[in-house]
Design a protein around this ligand. Structure first.
Ligand SMILES: CCCCCCCCCCCCC[C@@H](O)CC(=O)SCCNC(=O)CCNC(=O)[C@H](O)C(C)(C)COP(=O)(O)OP(=O)(O)OC[C@H]1O[C@@H](n2cnc3c(N)ncnc32)[C@H](O)[C@@H]1OP(=O)(O)O
Length: 357
């Protein structure tokens, strides 16, 4: 005698769901041929552990591909309708088979099913809109970074080329008027470089805020406080060395970033960006330290930026104390950034090795 399991059903506009009440079902066979579904499996049903079977002739055409998933408690079958629509019943015969019942867990009336479709569509449209906005934001961010890097590249290239040409034409004399020929563009580039701290802080670029802050604050301190505020410093050769060392790295760093905006890398440029800093960074810090040391007697003499103390004490705190503290900070900054750049270098070249294998 053939045993039939209990089967619960529900529909949507495009699918039929069947839930077969069999626990621990094995040897499950489900086929759909000419709109007739045949099911057989061995499992524990209403009549105990047996072979169970049933057959359903659908009201309207269905696709022959059928999917089923079994859990410990049941077998779930999904059949796709050939044509989208709402069926008035499941089977061709008007009388419902005794083993078949509506699945009230999934049951929906036609209007509710339509609402469900509409909700799904709305959700899909919302997701599409979010993706669209995100894509717009990404392309805006990329354009912004590209333009920023381009402007910095042009600025630092101008500085580097101008200083090199002047060195060739005027020789040693060019060392003494670097500030007057270069400072405007350097001021512009270094003020603009503050954007890099914001880029790091807002996550526009994958980098740490601290190394960027050290870099930007460190350079701007030397540029505005040491060179900018002391005319006596502006004619010294140290300005040439500081500006030349700063711009020598930037003419590789910014074009490297420009390519990264398009997820591109050029091997030689990547190597230069992550190698040239090894000699340049300590030399740059050394040149900046020389500038700070040279400025100390001038600050003492001119009392510029000194902090006046109450009249009863009758003296003031010289800015030179701040500069002494800054000299220590500089070497701390050098250590932090050198370690950071070393890690970045390792990351770049390790990734590359992994990719080529
Ligand atoms: C808290 C304040 C305390 C102040 C204390 C003051 C202490 C003073 C110490 C001063 C020492 C400074 C000395 C210095 O002025 C001397 C010199 O500069 S000498 C010249 C040599 N210098 C250099 O080589 C340094 C150049 N500068 C830098 O490299 C960066 O400024 C630095 C922050 C140090 C490192 O950069 P970053 O962290 O960004 O590393 P990456 O370049 O590897 O970038 C990481 C990823 O982000 C992407 N990125 C970064 N920026 C951009 C951008 N603008 N556009 C697009 N993409 C960007 C980059 O591509 C990397 O991503 P991916 O790995 O996918 O490529």
């Amino acid at each position: 005698m053939t045993l039939t399991p209990l089967v619960y059903w529900a529909q949507r506009h495009e699918e039929i769901y069947l839930r077969v009440e069999l626990t621990d079902a094995v040897n499950i066979g489900v086929q759909v041929r000419e709109n007739v579904l045949q099911f057989q499996a061995l499992g524990h049903g209403a009549k105990g552990q047996h072979q169970y079977e049933f057959r359903l002739e659908f009201l309207l055409p269905v696709k022959s591909e059928v999917s089923h998933k079994s859990t410990q408690r049941q077998v779930n079958i999904t059949v796709r309708k050939e044509q989208r629509g709402w069926w008035e019943r499941l089977t061709v015969q008007e009388r419902k088979p005794a083993f078949l019942a509506p699945d009230f867990n999934r049951w929906l009336e036609e209007s509710d099913a339509e609402m469900e479709i509409r909700e799904k569509e709305e959700k899909r449209n919302r997701l599409k809109a979010v993706r669209h906005t995100e894509e717009g934001f990404v392309s805006l961010k990329t354009s912004f970074l590209f333009v920023y890097n381009l402007v910095q590249f042009l600025g630092f290239s101008w500085i580097f080329v101008n200083m090199t040409v002047r060195l060739f034409i005027f020789g040693q004399d060019s060392l003494y008027d670097t500030f007057h020929t270069i400072s405007d563009v350097m001021f512009f580039c270094q003020i603009l470089a503050s954007v890099e701290v914001l880029n790091a802080a807002f996550g526009f670029v994958r980098t740490g805020v601290i190394p960027t802050l050290i870099q930007v604050v460190g350079r701007n301190f030397v540029l505005f406080i040491i060179f900018g505020s002391l005319e006596e410093m502006q004619h010294r050769p140290v300005v040439f060395f500081v500006f030349y060392l700063w711009s020598a790295i930037e003419i590789f760093r910014y074009p490297f970033y420009m390519l990264r905006c398009f997820n591109t890398k050029w091997k030689t440029l990547t190597w230069l960006r992550y190698t040239v800093w090894i000699p340049l960074y300590p030399l740059g810090v050394l040149a900046e330290a020389v500038a700070v040391i040279q400025s100390i007697p001038i600050f003492v003499q001119t009392k510029l930026f000194s902090i006046p103390l109450p009249k009863a004490i009758g003296t003031s705190i010289s800015f030179s104390h701040v500069l002494h503290a800054y000299l220590i900070l500089m070497f701390l900054g050098l250590f932090i950034n050198f370690r950071h750049l070393y890690k970045q270098r390792k990351k770049q070249f390790q990734t590359k090795k992994r990719k080529t294998h």
